[in-house]
Write a protein that binds this ligand. Structure first.
Ligand SMILES: [Zn+2]
Ligand SMILES: [Zn+2]
Length: 256
């Protein structure tokens, strides 16, 4: 196994880690949160290598819970390797019946910056089929013991998109709703108006860092504020609908 080359484990604090796949142009991020007896994995990566291998030393003796921000292929890749998975009910069926074809997924996967690990063969790549254990609606609290995360339903990028907010550390794990890069709200299952609503409802939160599903870590609340302003600008100019255009702003773009 060549795991360490594909995944990078980055320490956020003493018991929080980002698991980056920055060999790929998507630079997908998953996150591991540790508590005394439980651990939470937010998303399971792109499925190029087994994410469990890179976290197993950290979670020894702890019950591991997986929470999925949304069921796009690049966030559920290792789902079959985990027993306890939570996802929003609106995307339950996507875990068994993914909305885009395997051919399309492979095309996306091949947009890699660095070579795949030696033991990875794109011909053998398949989409995971694994039912979730618990279906969420939003507003639940995931308790790991001392650490607690609020589940917030934030549709727009996908119908069941979830964000996880840890009030005590002021961390917002934002999936594909907020990151520095191209924010996607252009394909059929996206809803640009709901995306704006989801962004705006996060504004009251007290946030130290935002940790997105792709690209840079340790994002500030300013990014959320600027994304909100951008969505509001597009809305006020009657541009917030699917029309095959990309709008560029500082640090991010919005594809509609
Ligand atoms: Zn996505
Ligand atoms: Zn993504």
């Amino acid at each position: 196994m060549n795991t360490n080359c594909w995944f990078k484990l980055i320490k956020i604090d003493n018991d929080t880690y980002a698991i980056k796949e920055d060999s790929h142009s998507e630079e997908t991020n998953s996150y591991l949160l540790l508590d005394e007896t439980k651990a939470l994995l937010i998303d399971t990566g792109m499925g190029v290598e087994n994410i469990f291998d890179v976290i197993k030393d950290k979670i020894k003796g702890k019950k591991l819970i997986v929470a999925i921000t949304h069921a796009h292929w690049d966030h559920i890749g290792s789902n079959e390797d985990f027993d306890f998975i939570m996802i929003h009910e609106a995307e339950a069926s996507w875990l068994n019946n993914f909305p885009i074809s395997l051919t399309q997924v492979k095309e996306e996967l091949l947009k890699t910056n660095l070579p795949f690990p030696k033991d990875f063969n794109i011909e053998n790549y398949k989409l995971p089929k694994k039912e979730a254990t618990i279906y969420l609606k939003g507003e639940e609290i995931i308790s790991l013991g001392k650490r607690k995360l609020k589940v917030i339903h934030t549709p727009g990028h996908s119908p069941g998109h979830l964000i996880f907010y840890e009030e005590s550390r002021k961390y917002l794990f934002s999936g594909d709703l907020i990151y520095k890069g191209e924010l996607d709200s252009y394909y059929d299952s996206t809803e640009p108006l709901l995306y704006r609503d989801s962004i705006n409802k996060l504004l009251p939160l007290d946030i130290k860092y935002i940790f997105g599903g792709h690209h840079d870590l340790f994002l500030s609340k300013d990014l959320l504020i600027n994304i909100s302003k951008a969505f509001n600008y597009l809305y006020e100019n009657k541009l917030l609908y699917h029309h095959d255009k990309v709008y560029y702003f500082k640090d991010f773009s919005i594809r509609l």
